[in-house]
Every structure is written in structure tokens, then in C-alpha cells.
Design a protein around this ligand. Structure first.
Ligand code: MCN
Ligand code: CUM
Length: 808
């Protein structure tokens, strides 16, 4: 036998789990060789674009397309009247509501799609748009959800019966024409009783403002109907290509096997690309009508003003505790502004997403949550932007309530957290609002974080700074932002999570080629997360072939197994599990082949890194490469040729990643300028597949958190005009604003996931926003601040300082 490399070298050669393997995608991306939807150019391809409403609420009196149709290059102008005979003037939303594809009688938000101009190119379409004459009659505008629930102005006339009664919505009874649903969780009366009789109660009202994920690539698609073979191909920026295929089939009547949906490279999704948009429907219709491919690509303003926004939650909390700081109850009321249509991309049974994880990382015995969804004259959406289905809002809420309670108790907020954490031995832990947390070790993570940043030292320094400020020696305050978060990701068990009735499992199909390389296809789709890198690593460890010899393919519904897509940090928890399970099926068959080749019983061989060895005789082995070849060239009794496997994985539970973040911030009280001196992020996402990719996810998520906490918002004026619809007004941080993040980790595997991995993609955002916000709030705590709303831009911080009398 020739000289063997060591076992350690064999492990390294695989580049399997735990390895900071370089992203295989990047050779393409960094050399301009990506293939995004706008790179798709087909013969005779047309371009479609929208006439959009300048008004937030108006009746459409008439639409005249004559002049537009005379523009050279303009071929057609679609309006709701054209779509109505096809039943396509409205479409279902993911939240059980319906949404206008093109304005049907009225418009409900600024930028709403009114008509679709199809032309030979983008420029002719733009000229056509200018000449479509729409006569609007302005209606009273409602941008405040509280006023909406009191108003006589009916926003959704389609949801009021002729006799004036209000039919139930998708989530139960509605109490007002502008009310969408009331959803609750937990025990109302016991919670109220605990709070009424508590030794200490803190109350606070906070607004998690509306913002937008603003991916670098906007949304778009290319629809191509081949009338000869009856096949529709739809390329697009879809985070859930299979679900889009099913929806397109259901609403168009085209049989599902005749629809091929392809998500090519996606330039960031962040939840913005989960739902279905009028642009997709209109492009498909236009392609069917013209017989030519039709492309639709949003511009930046279209994207910011009309596609899935994030948050817009008005939250009121009450938290009760003993004098010693042991939390006894939590009450949360939310008024959720959903805009003109309820298009939240939540699992069907959860109209407020996973907001009912708002008890956070704490052992809170009694809790109650009530969420009211409300229509206003704003764009639809609400569930996007690294949100884990509203865990962003839930964690912001509880992490602010903890800080406010600490003020009420006159206690250190780090200590208050520590004494209320769910203890390691309490897992699996069932929270008061119903979720079963799979695993956690919060105290270890918290202690590590506080020790690393020298928390006590920071508090001493801060106290000195307050003294110096009062003595007139400095104009800068120091804030220590803390946050501890628990997420719920990996939707999810089919028994309680579905989207439009499609259970939220996921899938992986593997084919091993004779020479020992492989292709694996998944039901998910990367938008920048690096799946081609990391899923190959899972397989490398499971099947013993090098990650470099494994191609990962996603996003083509003609080839990939059915899956529910990538959002809610579900790819690793669900498709990652499917990948491991499919790998194990490969391994089980490989074991039989190896035993046959080695002439021993199946049970007498065992897997070792990249081979099966005879137990007790390590010099007798067959490598996976040899086994792969044998699968194709040997007739093995009782075993089919080939080496393939597929797994559809329905997870038994979601996974519960967590983390401990600390931000140290200096604030100039005269200018409101913030300077982040230090940001420490400890994440526990269970077993780590690729530490470098995790770090990249954390850096990206924290930067988006910084944006949201410190300035980014979608703001409306009273007329419903979007005030921040361009990148001149919408804050997008650059390298200039971004600090040097310190990342750290602990590893608490998920007990039910085949490789113990939890998701991580949204964690840094979920934990980051309250951490940045708490830093600002903490700087002003010594001067009487309890709570101020985000975004903490320079002006608002200056105003806080002013209101606290710090400019006197
Ligand atoms: N990973 C790992 N080890 C773990 C967990 C994850 O190495 N224990 C790796 C994964 O294998 C994957 C990446 O980290 O390569 C993210 O995995 P996961 O947490 O499973 O999240 P998803 O792949 O499902 O991505 C979705 C998540 C969401 S919901 C948003 S929003 C978001 C995010 O990812 N959008 C992103 N991160 C993004 N990153 C980029 N570049 N672009 C986006 O649009
Ligand atoms: Cu909530 S944003 Mo991600 O789930 O695509």
C-alpha cells in the first residue's frame, strides 16, 4: 500500500463542516460574471413599466391610453379593465388578503400600479408612461393606523358588504372597515392580574418605525410564453421560486408542469423578494398577449416606495417584577400598520409572524400579546429585512422593556437580564406564549460577552464621563448598549407552518457521478448567503467527497426538488437538514457497496472521513471515490446501479439561535453625532458550518441594524407622500459609518437538527437594532431618559438632548 496522507489531511481535503472555505460564488461575482435577471436578454424581448399613482388615496375617474399608444415603440397599455376578463386584476397575497394588480376604481398608496405600458425598450415605455392620462379624484388620506380605526373613511371598499356589514377577514372577525385582524396569544386575565398586583411595573410605548430592506438589485422578472409548446418560463428575483410557480399556476390556470420558474443570481433579497408583485403578473400577461418575452425591472424609487417594507409596529408594553427584579408578567399590545393591502409574508397561521416570541430570552411565567392589523394609505408589506417573521420587533420590544424595567428598579440592566434568563437546564423550554425553545446556554454567552468587553470597567468609565459632563469638562456622553436575543428560525414544522397551504418542508436531491464528484439540488435559493459554498461543506462531511467536487444548484423549478425557498433563516435549519439526511441515504447505500467490495458483512464496515473501513482492520478500506465508481460499473446483487438520494425534510421544531451584543457609543450632545467606539457580537447558531460566512452574515446584518437604528426610515407626510423614496433621503450606510465589528461565538447545538445547526442570517439584525438603540438610550439614562423612538439620527438625538435640558 502506497504512502498514505494523514487522517487530519484527509479531513482538511474535504473542506467540510467547520472550515472557513472561501466562497465559491465569488470568482464569478467579483469578475462581473454574475447572471442577474437584468442580464437576461432574449430575442425580441419587450420591456414593461408602470404608470404609478402620485396620490396616496384617490378614485380613478378615467384612464386614457390613446396618446401613449401613439408613441413609437409602445405596443400595448394594460389597465385593470384588460385584466378583469382574465380574473387577474386582483391577486392573492401571502397573508390571505387580495391586492390589486392594477388600480381597480381607486388607488390606496402613493406609487401604486395603475397601468402597465409594454414597449420595445425601456425608453419608449417611459415615454408612453408620460402620456397615459389618468383622471384622479383625491380622497382623504390616512397614514396613522390609530386614526384609521376611528375614521369614517373606508379604505378597502371591497371588504365591506353592500348592507354595510363587515365580513370576517382571513384571520377572523373585523371590528371596523379599516381593521384587518386581531390576533392574540397567551393568557389575558391572569397576565393582567399579575401585573395589577405586582410590586414593580414598568410601562412603555414605542414605535418600531417603517423601513425598507433596499437590496442593491431591485425586483424584476422576464416572462416568456412559448405559444408553440405552451410553456411559460419566468425568470425573476424570487426568494421562493417553487411557491411562485404554484401561485402562477393557480392564478393563470396554466398547468404547473408547463411553468418553469428560474431564480438566477439574486443581488440581495432580505425578504424584499418573497412576495408576488403586480410586475410579475403584468409581465406574464403581456408575454401571453404579445407572444414575446417581456422584462420588468424596478428602478430604485419603485423599489423603495412600493415593494415589501419592514416593521411599522406601534408597541405598548407592561412588564412586572418583584422588588428584587424577578420578572413576573409581560403584556404587549401592538397596532400594526400594514398599508393598503395585507401582504405580509408570514406563515399562514401567524398574521403577526413570530411576534409571540416577545418574552425573549427570559423565564417569564405569564404573558399576553395582542396584535391588531390595520389598513392605511401606505405601501403593503411588513415582513422583510432580516426579520425572522417579526422577531425583530419582538426582540426590540422586550430588550427595551428590560431597559425600562431596569430604570424602574434602579438596577443594572445586565444584571436584570442575568437573573431572568432561562437557565440551561430548563431547555427544552416552553415559553408563556407557546413556543418550545430547543436549546440554549444564555448565562455562558452573557458572561463571556460582559467579560470580553470589561463591562464593569465600561460602567466605571461611563460614571466618570457623567461627572465630567456635569462639571463642563466634556460635551460627549457615553452609552453602553446591551442586547440579548433569542430567535426562532427554520419554519417550519409542516404541522404549524405553511404558506398558501404549502407546508414548509425543504429538500435536497443528490447525484453522485461515477468519478466521485456530485451535484446536489435544493429547494432553497441563495441571494448572497453563499449556499453553493456551505451546502457543499455539509455534504463533504456527510459523504466524504471534497466540497470542491460538489456542485450546488438552486432556483430552477424544472430541476430542483420542491422547496419553500430562502427567508426566515430557514435554509440551514430546513434545507441544510434535508441535505444531511440525503447525504446519509447516500452513505447507507455506499456502506452496502463497500461491504460487498470488501467481502464483509454490511455491519463490519464503518465510515471514516472519506471512506468505509473494515472494523478493526483500518488498512482494508474503500474510498467514497472508489465506491462511487463501483456503483456504476459493478453488478452488485440486490443493489440498484447508481448513487442518488433525495430527502424532503419536515423539521420537528424550529431552531432557536441566540446572541449577546454590546455596543459602546460616544454621543456629541451639541450635534447629535454618534460614534461607535466598539461593537461586540457573540452569536450562537449551534454547529457552525462555515465560520467565515457566519462572520460575513454578522457583519452584513449588523450594518443593516445600524442603518435602521440610526437613521433609515420610510417616512410619509400627511398626504401620504413618501418622503424618503430615493437614496438621497433614505440612509444607506457606507464604510464611513460602519465600525469595526468584533465577532465571537459559543456553540449550543440544536438537539433535533441532524447536524445541530441553527440559522444565523437574521440574528445580527434582530439583536443589533436593540443594541444600537439601547446604546443611545443608555447615554441619556443618567439625565432622565426612559425611551425615545428610533431612528436615532443626529437631529432626533440633538432633540432628545435638548428636551433633557442638556443644551441649557
Ligand atoms: N451558516 C453556517 N452555519 C450555521 C448557520 C448558517 O455556516 N450554523 C451559513 C449558511 O449555510 C448560509 C448562511 O450562513 O450560507 C446563512 O444561513 P441561514 O441562517 O440558514 O439563512 P438563509 O440561508 O436561509 O438566508 C436567509 C437569511 C435571511 S431570511 C435574510 S432576510 C438575509 C440573510 O439571510 N438576506 C440576505 N442574509 C443575507 N445575506 C446576503 N448576502 N443577502 C441577503 O439577501
Ligand atoms: Cu424577514 S426577511 Mo428574510 O426572512 O428573507
Amino acid at each position: 500500500m502506497k504512502d498514505e496522507i494523514t487522517r487530519e489531511e484527509r479531513v482538511d481535503n474535504l473542506k467540510g463542516m467547520g472550515c472557513s472555505r472561501k466562497r465559491v460564488e465569488d470568482a464569478r461575482f467579483t469578475q462581473g460574471k454574475g447572471n442577474y435577471v437584468d442580464d437576461i436578454k432574449l430575442d425580441g424581448m419587450l420591456f414593461g413599466d408602470f404608470v404609478r399613482s402620485p396620490y396616496a388615496h384617490a378614485r380613478i375617474k378615467s384612464i386614457d391610453t390613446t396618446a401613449a399608444l401613439e408613441v413609437p415603440g409602445v405596443l400595448a397599455v394594460l389597465t385593470a379593465a384588460d385584466l378583469e376578463p382574465l380574473g387577474l386584476h386582483w391577486m392573492p397575497t401571502l397573508a390571505g388578503d387580495k391586492q390589486m394588480v392594477l388600480a381597480d376604481g381607486k388607488v390606496l398608496f402613493q406609487g401604486q400600479e395603475v397601468a402597465y405600458v409594454v414597449a420595445e425598450d425601456r425608453y419608449a415605455a417611459a415615454d408612453g408612461i408620460e402620456l397615459v392620462e389618468v383622471e384622479y379624484e383625491e380622497l382623504p388620506v390616512i397614514v396613522n393606523p390609530f386614526e384609521s380605526l376611528k375614521s369614517d373613511v373606508v379604505l378597502r371598499e371591497d371588504l365591506v358588504a353592500e348592507d354595510g356589514s363587515i365580513p370576517d377577514g382571513a384571520h377572523g372577525p373585523r371590528k371596523h372597515p379599516n381593521h384587518i385582524f386581531t390576533w392574540d396569544a397567551g393568557d389575558k386575565d391572569p397576565t393582567e392580574e399579575v401585573i395589577a398586583n405586582a410590586e414593580v411595573v414598568a410601562e412603555e410605548t414605542m414605535y418600531y418605525h417603517r423601513t425598507h430592506p433596499c437590496p442593491l438589485e431591485t425586483c424584476g422578472c422576464v416572462a416568456s410564453m412559448d405559444k408553440v409548446n405552451g410553456k411559460l418560463t419566468l425568470w425573476g428575483t424570487f426568494q421562493a421560486p417553487h411557491a411562485i410557480r404554484t401561485v402562477v399556476s393557480l392564478i393563470s390556470g396554466i398547468e404547473e408542469h408547463n411553468i418553469r420558474v428560474i431564480s438566477p443570481d439574486i443581488g440581495g433579497g432580505f425578504g424584499n423578494k418573497v412576495g408576488a408583485y403586480p410586475g410579475y403578473v403584468c409581465s406574464v400577461v403581456a408575454s401571453i398577449v404579445t407572444g414575446k418575452p417581456v422584462k420588468w425591472i424596478e428602478d430604485r424609487m419603485d423599489n423603495l416606495m412600493t415593494t415589501a417594507f419592514a416593521r411599522d409596529y406601534h408597541m405598548t408594553g407592561k412588564i412586572s417584577a418583584t422588588k428584587e427584579g424577578k420578572i413576573t408578567g409581560l403584556h404587549c399590545h401592538v397596532t400594526a400598520d400594514h398599508g393598503g393591502f395585507d401582504a405580509c409574508a408570514d406563515p399562514t397561521k401567524f398574521p403577526a409572524g413570530f411576534m409571540n416570541i416577545c418574552t425573549g430570552s427570559y423565564d417569564i411565567p405569564t404573558a399576553y400579546l395582542e396584535v391588531e392589523g390595520v389598513y392605511t394609505n401606505k405601501a403593503p408589506g411588513g415582513v422583510s429585512y432580516r426579520c425572522s417573521f417579526r422577531v425583530t420587533e419582538a426582540v426590540y420590544f422586550i430588550e427595551r422593556m428590560i431597559e425600562v424595567l431596569a430604570i424602574e428598579l434602579n438596577m443594572d440592566a445586565a444584571e436584570l437580564r442575568r437573573i431572568n434568563f432561562i437557565k440551561k437546564e430548563q431547555f427544552p423550554y416552553t415559553a408563556a406564549l407557546g413556543w418550545e425553545y430547543d436549546s440554549g446556554d444564555y448565562h455562558t454567552a452573557w458572561d463571556k460577552a460582559l467579560k470580553t468587553v470589561d463591562y464593569d470597567g465600561l460602567r466605571t468609565e461611563q460614571a466618570q464621563r457623567v461627572e465630567d459632563f456635569k462639571a463642563g469638562k466634556t460635551r460627549k456622553l457615553m452609552g453602553i448598549g446591551l442586547s440579548f436575543f433569542t430567535e426562532i428560525v427554520g419554519a417550519g414544522p409542516v404541522k404549524n407552518c405553511d404558506i398558501l397551504g404549502l407546508g414548509m418542508f425543504d429538500s435536497c436531491e443528490i447525484r453522485i457521478h461515477p468519478t466521485g464528484s456530485a451535484i446536489a439540488r435544493l429547494g432553497t435559493i441563495s441571494q448572497g448567503q453563499g449556499h453553493a459554498t456551505t451546502f457543499a461543506q455539509i455534504l463533504a462531511s456527510e459523504i466524504g467527497l471534497p466540497a470542491d467536487s460538489i456542485t450546488i444548484e438552486e432556483g430552477d423549478t424544472d430541476t430542483a426538488p420542491y422547496g419553500l425557498g430562502t427567508y426566515g433563516s430557514r435554509s440551514t435549519p430546513v434545507a441544510g437538514a434535508a441535505t444531511a439526511m440525503a447525504g446519509r441515504k447516500i452513505r447507507a447505500k455506499a456502506q452496502m457497496i463497500a461491504a460487498y467490495l470488501l467481502e464483509v458483512h454490511d455491519n463490519d464496515v464503518e465510515f471514516d472521513v472519506d471512506r468505509f473501513v473494515v472494523k478493526g482492520a483500518p488498512e482494508k478500506f474503500k474510498t467514497m471515490k472508489e465506491i462511487a465508481f463501483a456503483a456504476y460499473n459493478q453488478a452488485i446483487p440486490g443493489i440498484e446501479p447508481g448513487l442518488e438520494a433525495v430527502s424532503y425534510y419536515d423539521p420537528p421544531n424550529m431552531t432557536y439561535p441566540f446572541g449577546a451584543y454590546v455596543c459602546v457609543m460616544d454621543i456629541d450632545v451639541d450635534t447629535g453625532v454618534t460614534e461607535i467606539r466598539r461593537f461586540y457580537a457573540l452569536d450562537d447558531c449551534g454547529t457552525r458550518i462555515n465560520p467565515m460566512i457566519i462572520e460575513g452574515q454578522v457583519h452584513g446584518g449588523l450594518t443593516e441594524a445600524l442603518a435602521v437604528a440610526l437613521g433609515q426610515e420610510i417616512a410619509y407626510d400627511d398626504m401620504g407622500n413618501v418622503k424618503t423614496g430615493t437614496l438621497m433621503d433614505f440612509f444607506l450606510p457606507t464604510a464611513w459609518e460602519v465600525p469595526n465589528y468584533e465577532t465571537d461565538f459559543t456553540v449550543t447545538p440544536s438537539p433535533h437538527h441532524p447536524i445541530g445547526a441553527k440559522g444565523v442570517g437574521e440574528s445580527p439584525h434582530v439583536g443589533g437594532v436593540p443594541c444600537f438603540s439601547n446604546a443611545v438610550q443608555d447615554a441619556f439614562r443618567p439625565f432622565g431618559n426612559r425611551h425615545t423612538n428610533m431612528p436615532h439620527d443626529h437631529w432626533r438625538i440633538w432633540r432628545t438632548a435638548n428636551e433633557l435640558g442638556l443644551h441649557d
